[in-house]
Design a protein around this ligand. Sequence first.
Ligand SMILES: [Zn+2]
Length: 685
Amino acid sequence: MKKMISMLLVLLLLAGLGACAFADETAKETGAILDGRWLCADIQGNVTENTPAVLKDNFGLYVNKEWILQAEIPDGETSAGAMEDVIRTLKDRQIALLKDESLTGHDAELVHKLYALVSDWDYRNAQGVEPAMPIMEAIRNIDSLEALTAYLYDRNNLKRYYPLVMAVSTDFINPDIYITQIGTPGLMLQDSAEYKERTQAGELYFALFEQLGTYMLQRLGLSAEESARVIENAFAFDALLAEHIKPVATHYQADYFASLLNYYSPEELEALAGNFPILDMLQAYGLKAGQSFMVTEPDYIAALPELYTEENVPLMRDWMTLKAALSVADSLDKETSKQTEAISNAIMGVSGETSEDDNALSSVLGLLSVPMDNLYIQAYCTEQQRQDILDIIEDVVACYRTMLESVDWLGDETRAKAIEKLDNLRVNAVYPDELGDWSALDFAGIEDGGSLLAANAAVQDYVIALQSDKIDTAVDKDKWDQLMMQTAQVNAFYNPQNNSINIMAGILSGEIYNEDMSYEQKLGGIGTVIGHEISHAFDTNGSQFDKDGAMANWWTDEDYAAFQARAAKLAAWYDGFIPWEGANYSGQQVQTEAIADMGGIKCLLAIAAQQEDFDYDAFFRQFATIWRTQALPAYLIALAAQDTHPMRYMRINATLAQFDDFVDFYGITEGDGMYLAPEARVAVW
Ligand SMILES: [Zn+2]
């Protein structure tokens, strides 16, 4: 299911919502802007030869116009850009690993065995849809609450269709131990608010589940009539669940993390869940009962007994049937795979097809991320690269310290705590010292008559067992857990739960970082990424966690109020962006990332100020280059509905416009598009 859902998510983001995304014709011709700020250059078609691109008015467009005019969105993709190029490089390298027969060792054996199962269409076609039939049959035979409970207790079921999510993670209050979190299930329309009032995004998800569901159910032997009833019941049950699940908008509120801290002993959890067999289900899933559970939404768990009734059995059975049918779509024969891709593409308006290699890679990564990671590290990571990144991190941390020392709105008490937090920052740069050990995993390959679904089940059991072993044990904060944090991904992030910044090997290519860049370019690329990540320690989320990763308040009331007021000013300013007509841009949604963008640049500018003959032009241009993009309009509409990052043209212009160093270097003054009066600026740090 993980892969299917992620595929649905990706497809949504690749999407074709159609209407109203383009700037109007006048805007295109004159560069006039909808929000009094900057033309959204990210949308394909918004920038033409005639669009003015003046450095002092729209720096991002000035730097990237030439690239934008020749950019092409590849077949099967929804966007092009500097980040997309880095992703492409990573995928090409990983595909080469899939095909490299000379690789040896257990990781390579697992990867090649799975790759053969994925890519041998003759073998898959001969199996047809048969591997899925026992799974479907077990669910279709459920005809009473007793049978439903027996199914959920069965260790051999797919373990994926419980109306809740069970996961092992670091405890929020005591980050030294692992705890089981009980969360709400993923909804088909992604957000409970969609069940009250459906938006464009909700319509799109509905179409996906309905059309893919109809195809898959019939492919797996249900009649047209049965399929229609299953889908209707599945959505009816989803809607019942949604009534008790908080809308996604609440996740961006200031008290969100605090609202998750609900601890229950096993006995208390059992009492909360009433007749819903939560502890037995947990055991059947493969997780041992720990001393305590963190329940993210207790009201939801408390509502389960009224949903888990004899009367609702047909609804829940059909809800599980639909989810099961969708989850196996990628693991069967070629016809199923091609048809489901075609249905998704038609709904989303995606042109072209994803290549077989890309599809195979995504299947292998979905199951064997750690063995793949190990192969990538051995093939592509170097100590030189890591040292280079560590050096930049050291410079950035030093400047961050100076910055915290000089911030004028922090009192001494909070300032000391902030600096202490920075001094305790953990750094995970590029790749772990010790590779993840998956030597105990095995599954049947083609020679042994294996199937993709059987491999999938074996990996899932293996991963759940790894997770279960952690419960109630001490967290090794120095260990780089590749299962949670793959090295080979185009990403970097801050983890508030161990106060660490994590710079992944996969991001180190193209315009972000390469060994041949000048120092200024490196700072404008990977340097600003590192600065951004450290800033997350001090954004509205990170600021709620202390130097050891515990959720704890280290602020004086006065300083926290000042911090929140600054963050609110920033959010209100972003509310005013209108990237396309009718857009309802949410500042609260992008608040943490915008704070981090600005904090990062401020810090990098402090480094620049210490250098002799620093090439500011190269630095600012590189920063604008890494965020260049051209994307399908509908993709951006769907993306903006859920992305916590500001749109890329904002990441360039809105960020740089906050700083005197930028404004003064280019002689930008009042009346220029890139000019923001000091009192209108919103950088929190
Ligand atoms: Zn970020």
